[in-house]
Design a binder for this molecule. Structure first.
Ligand SMILES: [Zn+2]
Ligand SMILES: [Zn+2]
Length: 147
């Protein structure tokens, strides 16, 4: 997949310093950050960047279709730069860790033709929820961590 920053360069989006650091934070290591987490990482690169600017930039990227908003459970929205391949998500309901799931075959994501009801599909959102190994271990041994 083409990384976000490369895609933005290709479409000649005006990369101000603020936009660049937001795109940089979302590029590469594929995690699904909250806006606050994007802000935290962006500030390491550009200390004066505000949370409002981060939100504005994220909203712009979403509107451009270069970043996807993922609403997993009740938690804050996550921002996903992986818009080029249809995928599902695997989420830990305890710590919120969110991973991509690449379907084994393209058909695994398909809506059966006899159930499409004439819809033109815009988006697919599948989230598998569970406990990651760390949280599962802690959930099984509550006494060890209770205050
Ligand atoms: Zn977890
Ligand atoms: Zn994703």
């Amino acid at each position: 997949m083409t990384e976000l920053l490369d895609r933005l360069r290709q479409r000649e989006w005006r990369l101000t310093a603020q936009r660049r650091v937001v795109a940089q934070v979302l590029t590469g290591e594929h995690v699904h950050l909250t806006a606050e987490a994007v802000h935290g990482r962006a500030r390491v690169l550009l200390p004066e960047i505000s949370l409002a600017t981060v939100y504005n930039t994220l909203n712009e990227l979403v509107a451009m279709g270069e970043v996807r908003e993922v609403q997993a459970g009740d938690g804050p929205r996550r921002y996903d730069p992986n818009v080029t391949s249809a995928h599902q998500h695997l989420q830990c309901v305890r710590c919120g860790a969110l991973w991509d799931v690449e379907p084994a075959g393209a058909d695994d994501l398909a809506l059966p033709v006899d159930q499409q009801r004439g819809f033109r599909l815009l988006d697919i959102d599948i989230v598998f929820r569970g406990l990651c190994p760390t949280c599962d271990q802690e959930a099984r041994a509550p006494a060890a961590h209770s205050a």
